[in-house]
Design a protein. Sequence first.
Length: 133
Amino acid sequence: MHKHPLSPTQLRRVPSQFSWVDQRLVREHVLDQLSHEACALSLFLITVADAQGLSFYADRSLCQRLSMTREGLHQARQTLIQLGLVAYQHPLYQVLALDTDPIEATKSASTGAADDEPADIKAVFARIWEVLS
């Protein structure tokens, strides 16, 4: 089939603040393993992440923006961590590369403070630097 733009005057352009969604999420059936809440959280985190995949949003903000309960957010986050799609250390999220080992990502994500414990921001960034190095 020959593809052509249906609306040539409205072609997408790469904006200065660009993020991407890896097509392997669909091709490798990763999305098939996610609830609607986990899909919504994943898309939100992918969209707001910086070039290193980092972002931070309070649970309250995420629940409000995604129309989720705190329990729904917690379950969605745990699913994404277990599948190696994100690492989380309150309040910081990191969208992970799909070609990383989910077990290693889960270990990295589970080290540190519990969800409702305050975290030392200096320690958070030191841990990120350690993981990225």
